[in-house]
Write a protein that binds this ligand. Structure first.
Ligand SMILES: Cc1cc2nc3c(=O)[nH]c(=O)nc-3n(C[C@H](O)[C@H](O)[C@H](O)COP(=O)(O)OP(=O)(O)OC[C@H]3O[C@@H](n4cnc5c(N)ncnc54)[C@H](O)[C@@H]3O)c2cc1C
Length: 527
């Protein structure tokens, strides 16, 4: 039977678009079906209030792979990033503050305010993380080797993998093994003494994580956040001009150049499978579209348990997908402001603090306590806040004199013990404003509009199961050869002709394009 397309991609998140662009570039006839009215998934810019354009979910870029930016010529389609400087601003309750700048000398002066020893250690720590991150980064754009290995050819692939580590000296090799299993707090304790320096660096270890800074595995998440860069400078994060949707729009424009068809408002109800072979999709409206292959940009539980259906799956595989952990603990608040927060620890506005990621989290113990609440099904009494003001770099995102501020928050567990998010949404958001007011008392007077996206709202709006921002926990037992499940980490699935191309596949979440890139490479071997 003649198919209408070579490949249908379910979901127009940035990874689905990357996969589509590479498949189109290789001459395949591709259709992308996105359920929402706009492409981008968790990388979107939305007109939440008149005159405002808001990165409703993701808000900063760093991980986006330079190879993809270059090959898809994203800059010619409007992809521009302003590197954040300063990187971080941490106000503390005792009135002190800490900045981290692009310029290392300035950062060391700041750290020395808290500890001269830490200032001496910082360049060595950065160089160490960079050496480890470089090795791990080289794994982002590869397909994980077959696991468990089942013959000499598979073993050769594992040996090739080991060869990537040969440049590391013995102590770095030890460090690499440790970083996969350590907590962020343990890693930082080895290097630093100042609680303020440690907590400023520890936040990267818990963003999106189901764990506190003392939970094993958070050191890896910390390193995960150091793997990218902006403008060739490793570890820098930046604001995308036009908001995060501009990343997705640039990828979509690149894909269209290769004749990829992108349909929005096109929710897929079912992936059609007959005799173990994917042969197309059915849309919510009943329209049936056929293809030689289907790639899902949607998370693994939704892909397999809802769109394919239990009946088409091997029971053991279905059980493994059901065990795939994907409950989130992150919450996002987007604000329209008629001014800027004025911090007691660094008065004045506007100032460099507003150009940085502003942290409300005074110590590692504070963050660990915040996690303790979440462990038992309660949103943190005093959460960790990461606040950004993209309008400091791109004023076009708001009317003149107005600002957008994003608050990314840990921890807000998807499953609550004694309440529902529909009940807690407003009181919790108010508690967050009260917390900010302890550091910046004018906050309430400058808020004009507020959008609160609890994990339940993230699930509803972006279609991510459990509101998990990475499509599934990034814990060691769900990474690399185990993502999403052992035996199926190579983008193919037990359903022939069905592939995974989203963050539920290696190397996981973040706006990096890597799962889409890798999936396209594997699909092109088969099609
Ligand atoms: C609140 C939040 C903050 C974040 N902050 C950052 C950050 O600052 N920087 C960073 O790098 N990462 C961040 N992340 C993580 C990052 O945004 C995601 O990991 C990444 O964007 C996921 O991309 P994806 O293409 O794999 O999937 P998604 O973006 O989830 O795309 C999947 C697409 O599939 C669509 N879809 C779902 N079901 C169907 C269906 N039945 N039919 C058709 N289409 C369907 C969805 O609408 C969506 O467009 C954040 C995520 C969230 C939620």
């Amino acid at each position: 039977m003649a198919h209408q397309y070579d490949v249908i991609i379910v979901g127009g998140g940035h990874n689905g678009l990357v996969a589509a662009a590479y498949l189109g570039r290789a001459g395949r006839k591709v259709l992308v079906l996105e359920r929402r009215e706009l492409v981008g998934g968790c990388a979107v810019t939305e007109p939440v209030w008149p005159g405002y354009r808001v990165s409703t979910a993701s808000y900063l870029t760093s991980l986006m792979q330079q190879r993809i930016v270059d090959e898809l010529e994203l800059e010619s389609f409007g992809y521009v990033v302003d590197a954040k400087d300063p990187a971080f601003f941490s106000p503390f309750p005792d009135g002190r503050h800490l900045f981290m700048w692009q310029d290392e000398k300035r950062t060391l002066e700041e750290i020395a305010k808290f500890s001269k020893r830490d200032a001496e250690a910082f360049p060595r720590y950065e160089a160490y993380l960079e050496r480890l991150a470089r090795v791990v980064e080289s794994l982002l754009l590869i397909t994980p080797p077959p696991f468990p290995p089942s013959g000499p050819l598979d073993l050769i692939e594992h040996l090739k993998l080991l060869a990537r580590f040969k440049g590391l000296n013995p102590s770095d090799l030890t460090g690499l093994v440790k970083i996969f299993t350590q907590s962020a707090a343990d890693l930082l304790d080895e290097w630093f003494e100042s609680p303020e320096v440690k907590v400023t660096l520890a936040t990267d270890g818990v963003i999106g994580a189901n764990g506190g800074p003392r939970s094993q595995g958070t050191a890896y998440i910390l390193m995960h956040h150091c793997m990218g860069g902006v403008g060739g400078k490793r570890g820098l994060w930046g604001f995308v001009r036009g908001g995060m949707g501009a990343v997705s729009e640039a990828i979509a424009a690149s894909a269209r150049r290769y004749d990829v068809t992108i349909r929005t408002d096109a929710p897929v109800r079912r992936i059609l499978v007959s005799n173990g072979l994917a042969r197309g999709v059915v849309l919510e409206g009943g329209e049936e579209i056929t293809a030689r292959a289907v790639a899902s940009n949607v998370d693994p539980p939704t892909t397999f348990l809802r769109l394919v259906g239990d009946g088409q799956l091997d029971p053991e595989f279905a059980a493994a997908i059901r065990r795939f952990r994907c409950e989130g603990t992150s919450l996002k608040i987007n604000l329209a402001l008629n001014g800027l927060p004025e911090f007691l620890a660094y008065p004045g506005a506007p100032g460099p603090q507003h150009r940085a990621t502003m942290h409300i989290c005074p110590s590692i113990e504070y963050v660990e306590r915040a996690w303790d609440d979440a462990k038992y099904g309660r949103p943190s009494e005093r959460p960790l806040l990461e606040m950004t003001v993209p309008t400091m770099y791109d004023p076009s995102l708001a009317p003149p004199g107005r600002h957008v501020m994003g608050i990314f928050l840990q921890y807000a567990p998807y499953t609550l013990k004694d309440a529902t998010w529909d009940e807690l949404r407003e009181p919790f958001a108010n508690r967050v404003l009260d917390l900010i007011a302890e550091y910046a008392p004018n906050i309430r007077s400058i808020v004009e509009e507020m959008q609160v996206l609890t994990p339940l709202d993230l699930e509803r709006r972006f279609g991510i199961t459990g509101g998990n921002i990475f499509h599934g926990e990034m814990s060691l037992d769900q990474m690399f050869v185990l993502r999403p499940v052992a035996g199926w980490a190579r983008y193919r699935t037990p359903v022939r002709g069905l592939y995974l191309c989203g963050s539920g596949a290696h190397p996981g979440g973040g706006v990096m394009g890597a799962p889409g890139f890798n999936a396209a490479r594997e699909m092109l071997k088969d099609l």
